[in-house]
Design a protein around this ligand. Structure first.
Ligand code: NAD
Length: 338
């Protein structure tokens, strides 16, 4: 059993905790939580031991009559692997804590790539994390692009990727995010930082991205153009290629899935926890070829697509399963693929 501690129990951390708990080869040692809020209450109800970031914060939990098992320092000492899911920038500050205990750790995509030896995407570079003590699971957008790029690059070769990222304004609990009624070039400079982030997984890839932010909490949508090195026979070849990918969901035309609202509705109807969509959702009808130019539209659920990647990354660091074995186990336990 791999004993996993989770530090930072927000949008990503709580989902990762549930996913880790579902694995037959892992257990959750506990979760690091800052405040005794409703999320802490739910975590305690779910049976996760809570660890305060220090003794001062632990006092706040005592005042709210929420039991704490100790401090994050103790959680790190008890864990075989730490998953840091704190806000962007805090992970880097936490790295010395993990180093002090000699505990391997995963960081999230909000951190600078320099936080860890390897930027990780399970489909693209699982094996590169095998000798690492620290890995960064890349962001939701980079995960989505990496999953699409990997099979295309392996079969046809890629001359260049161009992607326009229509990004959600915030997550449902982020009341301070926006815009409320606007469309923002974000960033206004071109290319955006997302392309270089994809290059942390595919160093040789030519990729340029443009970012916009819009008033929704639902999902990101990517409009992608990939210039392939060799021309596929037809669009069906590309559709079959994408359909064979375990974490790409091809949305058929008959499904009448006209947007991200319908996708989320489907996930809730299907009984997915929190309405999560762990896969890239590619609209099948958008897959279009013009010579060597491939176009498609995909939706990325920012709150959950990195969750299976974190689970696989734990196995990559501990080295007890191959990438294919880990992905199969993660997919089966979470119910990935509708
Ligand atoms: P979040 O704000 O929802 O959750 C972070 C949690 O960490 C909060 O509960 C916060 O109280 C807690 N925290 C703050 N400081 C802490 C500390 N010192 N020790 C322990 N806990 C602390 O953030 P999130 O959206 O879950 O993002 C976490 C990471 O995942 C970031 O790097 C982010 O860029 C990345 N990420 C986020 C998304 C997304 O869309 N939400 C998608 C992919 C990756």
């Amino acid at each position: 059993m791999i004993r996993v501690g989770i530090n930072g129990y927000g949008t990503i951390g709580k989902r990762v905790a549930d996913a880790v708990r579902a694995q037959p080869d892992m257990e959750v040692c506990g979760v690091g939580k800052v405040r005794p809020d409703y999320v802490a209450v739910n975590a305690a109800e779910a049976g996760y031991p809570l660890y305060a970031i220090d003794g001062e914060y632990a006092a706040q939990f005592h005042e709210a009559a929420i039991e704490v098992a100790g401090t994050v320092d103790e959680l790190v000492a008890e864990s075989d692997v730490m998953i840091d899911a704190t806000p962007a920038g805090i992970g880097a500050e936490n790295r010395p804590l993990y180093e002090r205990h000699d505990t391997p750790a995963l960081f999230q995509g909000g951190e600078d790539a320099t936080v860890a030896e390897v930027s990780f995407n399970s489909r693209a570079n699982f094996e590169e994390a095998a000798d690492a003590d620290y890995a960064r699971v890349v962001s939701c957008n980079t995960t989505g692009l990496s999953r699409l790029v990997a099979p295309l690059s392996e079969t046809c070769g890629i001359e260049k990727v161009r992607a326009t990222l229509v990004r959600r304004g915030g997550d449902p609990d982020q009341t301070s995010r926006g815009p409320i009624n606007d469309v923002l070039p974000d960033p206004v400079t071109i290319p955006s930082h997302h392309g270089p982030d994809v290059q942390t997984v595919f160093p040789e890839l030519s990729v340029e991205t443009i970012g916009l932010t819009v008033p929704t909490t639902m999902m990101h949508v990517h409009a992608v153009n990939v210039t392939l090195e060799s021309e596929p026979d037809d669009e069906a070849e590309i559709r079959d290629l994408l359909a064979a990918e375990d974490r790409i969901l091809l949305i058929p035309g008959y499904a009448n899935m006209d947007g991200t609202g319908a996708l989320k509705d489907m996930a809730l109807d299907a009984g997915r926890p929190r309405g999560d969509i762990w896969e890239n959702a590619v609209w099948e009808e958008s897959v279009t070829l013009s010579g060597r130019d491939l176009y498609c539209l995909q939706a990325i659920h920012q709150e959950s697509d990195v969750v299976p990647e974190n689970v696989d990354a734990v196995r990559a660091l501990t080295g007890h399963l191959s990438g294919a074995e880990s992905r199969a186990l993660t997919n089966e336990t979470l119910g990935i693929g509708f």
